[in-house]
Design a protein around this ligand. Structure first.
Ligand code: SAM
Ligand code: SF4
Length: 330
């Protein structure tokens, strides 16, 4: 088992399998992003070996993310191989976070790999606004991807980043739409990670305001549902729907953090909002024996910090960390 200095058990690994993406969401990236040279990427076999070592050390939940994970060539080979840990019972859940652009193509195969639930990021139901947010996204393909996943029986949770003056007028509509389609929904506050073209303080919308907006229409009841992630949930009494809130800025959730994050180059970040990291690529490549990797992981966990120091306001114009969310996979 991996236990950090604050007695938190680390049993959840998120893996960014590529920092590249076919979208350029305004809060996530600048339009002209520089990505890692492809030669620096770990191979799919190497990613499998690192993930499997984490599973051997007690990780029970694995989330594949990115960048856009489904644009990495051969990605289904990795997901398929990782599925073996579900069959042995070593892993409780194998899941992914995706923008759904490639989901129509891969939904059936994901089910075959043992994936049962996925997170889909969607910030607007208005095709024009969707294009403005994602810059390059194709709304119809995303909708087709979502429908294909539903038809295959994949359970979907929609993640919506709340953006001031952009989608705050759609909050109610998104809740209703998710309810009609029987999809869970979580709102997220924008986080100060990596340079973008605009100013994040223009985008930041505290979720307390989203909640207040919803409370004008519905009765929200606190829920004790836990998903293994950082969201806090409410039930909408009138519709029976569950809505989550991820509030890294307005209400820090670090005390119950059970996660670490691996990049596609084999760097392990012990906190989304701190720079300290451990290199797992060197021990991975140094030997075919996993002992070096295990020692490096155990050492890294002793350095897991208490939490992040995110802030978005005029006093903090710079990102809290230089890397973008796409490097560590959200
Ligand atoms: N491309 C995939 C997607 O969008 O679902 C997976 C990677 S994306 C980095 C993972 C999640 O991070 C998405 O839900 C996205 O909305 C969110 N995200 C990206 N940058 C963010 C930021 N600066 N603050 C808050 N959430 C962010
Ligand atoms: Fe790509 Fe996801 Fe970032 Fe949007 S949020 S640019 S889809 S990685």
């Amino acid at each position: 088992m991996l236990i950090d200095p604050f007695q938190r058990q680390v049993n959840y690994l998120r893996v960014s399998v590529t920092d590249r993406c076919d979208f350029r969401c305004v809060y996530c990236m600048s339009e002209h992003m520089s990505f890692l040279p492809k030669k620096e990427l770990l191979s799919l076999e190497e990613l499998d070996r690192l993930c499997s070592t984490f599973v051997a050390l007690g990780v029970r939940k694995l989330r594949i993310s990115g960048g856009e994970p489904l644009v990495r060539r051969g990605i289904m080979t990795l997901i398929h191989r990782l599925g073996r840990h579900l069959e042995t019972g070593a892993l409780d859940e194998l899941t992914l976070t995706t923008n759904a652009s490639q989901l129509e193509k891969y939904a059936a195969e994901l089910i075959k790999c043992g994936v049962r639930r996925i997170n889909v990021s969607l910030d607007s139901l208005d095709a024009k606004k969707f294009l403005a947010i994602t810059r390059w996204g194709k709304f119809d393909r995303v909708m087709a991807g979502i429908e294909a996943a539903r038809a295959e029986g994949l359970r979907i949770k929609i993640n919506t980043v709340a953006l001031k003056g952009v989608n705050d007028d759609e909050i109610e509509n998104i809740v209703r739409w998710c309810g009609e389609k029987d999809m869970d929904l979580t709102f997220i506050e924008t986080m100060p990670m990596g340079e973008i073209d605009g100013d994040r303080s223009d985008q930041y919308l505290p979720l307390s305001q989203v909640r207040t907006q919803l409370e004008k229409i519905w009765t929200l009841e606190e829920s004790d549902h836990v998903s293994g992630g950082p969201a806090r949930y409410v039930n909408v009494r009138e519709t029976g729907q569950r809505v989550g809130f991820i509030t890294p800025l307005s209400h820090n959730f670090c005390e119950s953090c059970n996660r670490v994050r691996l990049t596609c180059t084999g760097t392990l970040y012990m906190c989304l909002g701190q720079d300290d990291a451990a290199d797992l690529r060197a021990p991975l490549r140094a030997s075919e024996d996993d002992k070096g990797i295990i020692a490096a992981i155990r050492e890294a966990i002793t350095r897991k910090p208490k939490g992040h120091d995110f802030a978005i306001d005029r006093l903090h114009p710079a990102p809290a960390v230089a890397r973008h969310m796409s490097v560590t996979g959200g």
